[in-house]
Write a protein that binds this ligand. Structure first.
Ligand SMILES: Cc1cc2nc3c(=O)[nH]c(=O)nc-3n(C[C@H](O)[C@H](O)[C@H](O)COP(=O)(O)OP(=O)(O)OC[C@H]3O[C@@H](n4cnc5c(N)ncnc54)[C@H](O)[C@@H]3O)c2cc1C
Length: 428
């Protein structure tokens, strides 16, 4: 008998959500991540738990998916969410106003008109020339908190998670994938691991894994996006420009910072690209159209990450490619058994995507267990791990005292981020 029912390749938000979903249905998954958790796109995203409004006009299916998941994530992961709410502000493109409201209504996305004067009182840094404001249910979803909570939930349900373990090959028996070849970067050794099903959740690296199975004809469109950090929180809410989704549309208040984003440009290799120098100037122009003060404050840093999008036919105009997700069953598509790949989607919809993948895995394994992740609250790692457990895991006493004595002090916020890192390092 194999030790694992499923191997999940990639410890981004999708892989973590899959490992959790499978484990909570009683299966035994192993998650392998080549670096740290959420070291790919998930740890470098924009931070927005979408209400769906952004996609209401030109991507209704993605809009509806986001609207549904927005509610679920707020419910099951309240400790990872700052329920800020969001404004869509009309600056130009006045003709979009009616279309936007119609799209939201058709896709059941709750919206509310806000008087411009009231919006400016609520958000005094906003451009005073805004012409109309609509309130939506956007929120901020903290990446590392959510990832560690998913990982902890997976572990508590019996999943194994190995970080710094890179999949370097797939094991084949005839036309079936029966496991993976792994390089353990910490112990500098190679080993094989077997499972009935292998699930690829390697984001922009998924094509490389598919190539290991000799699947050459799935072409992903890789588009990188840049975000710029303003070292100041400019608003209570997420602020979006009310226009057809484009670059430089959104400012997300992430902790004490404001993140302006994004851009979109096609790249070839997710491990080897650079941020175009013109992105800083572009995001400064677009961001300061929302908050004029950005010109005065400036950016403290820029970062970027890569979307693996599903290309429909010849469509490579990146903003027009759907933000929906797709599950590839390679048995049906390429005559390769035991291999599934999840592509596309959003951080917001990772749980839903994991549910769909796990349904397929269960069907393949003949397991009849229902998904429970939409109604089960995720554990809060800071509550789940006590000083005693840290002590047992070998955490130095001086560090434990420092952690627990800092609670409720001026440094608590900083400390909490560090604590999440620490908790994670003791969990896997
Ligand atoms: C610029 C930008 C902004 C975004 N902003 C938002 C937003 O505000 N809201 C939202 O909902 N969505 C947003 N998204 C989308 C969202 O970030 C992604 O959909 C999501 O993070 C994808 O997660 P993932 O787990 O599928 O991929 P990733 O996070 O990329 O995870 C893949 C993992 O696989 C690992 N891996 C790769 N190869 C191997 C291997 N051989 N062995 C083991 N591990 C391997 C990688 O190290 C990586 O950790 C944004 C995307 C981009 C690009």
């Amino acid at each position: 008998m194999k030790k694992y029912d499923a191997i999940v390749i990639g410890g981004g938000v999708t892989g973590l959500a899959v490992a959790y979903d499978l484990a909570s249905r009683g299966l035994k998954p192993l998650l392998l991540e080549r670096n740290d958790l959420v070291s790919g796109t998930s740890g470098k995203y924009h931070g927005l738990l979408h209400s769906g409004a952004r996609y209401a006009v030109n991507d209704p299916e993605a809009a509806y998916e986001c609207a549904v998941e927005n509610k679920i994530i707020k419910e099951i992961a309240g400790h990872c969410v700052e329920d800020t709410g969001g404004y869509f502000v009309l600056l130009d493109e006045e003709e979009y106003y009616d279309e936007f409201k119609r799209g939201c209504k058709e896709n059941q996305i709750p919206i509310k008109d806000v008087d411009v004067g009231e919006a400016l009182r609520e958000e005094p840094n906003l451009n005073p020339n805004v012409k109309a404001v609509v309130e939506v249910q956007d929120a901020v979803l903290y990446a590392y908190k959510f990832a560690v909570s998913l990982g902890l939930a997976a572990k508590m349900n019996g999943a194994d998670i190995r970080i710094y373990n890179e999949v370097i090959g797939l094991l084949k028996e005839g036309r079936r994938i029966v496991g993976v070849k792994v390089f353990d970067k910490i112990n500098n050794r190679m080993y094989d691991e077997e499972a009935d099903v292998t699930v690829v959740t390697a984001g922009p690296w998924s094509e490389k894994i598919m190539n290991m199975a000799n699947i050459q004809n799935v072409k992903m469109v890789l588009t990188a996006g840049t975000m710029a950090v303003v070292p100041h929180r400019l608003s209570k809410r997420v602020i979006n420009k009310m226009r057809i989704p484009s670059d430089g549309d959104i400012v997300v208040p992430y902790g004490n910072n404001s993140i302006v984003g994004t851009t979109a440009y096609v790249i070839e290799d997710p491990d080897n690209y650079t941020i175009p120098p013109e992105d800083a100037e572009f995001l400064m122009e677009e961001g300061s159209a929302i908050f004029p003060a950005i010109k005065r404050i400036g950016f403290s840093r820029m970062y970027s990450s890569v979307r693996p999008l599903i290309s429909v036919g010849e469509e490579i105009e990146t903003r027009k490619i759907s933000r929906r997700y797709e599950i590839y069953d390679h048995e049906e598509l390429h005559n390769v058994e035991g291999l599934l790949t999840a592509i596309g989607g959003k951080f917001t919809t990772a749980r839903a995507m994991a549910e769909t993948i796990s349904d397929v895995v269960c069907k393949k394994l003949g397991v009849k267990k229902r998904c429970k992740t939409k109604e089960t609250k995720l554990p809060n790692p800071l509550e789940a791990l006590s000083a005693e457990q840290l002590r047992k895991s070998g955490c130095p006493e001086s560090l434990i005292r420092r952690i627990f004595e800092k609670k409720g002090t001026i440094d608590e916020e900083l400390l909490m981020s560090a604590l999440y890192m620490l908790v994670a390092s003791f969990l896997w």
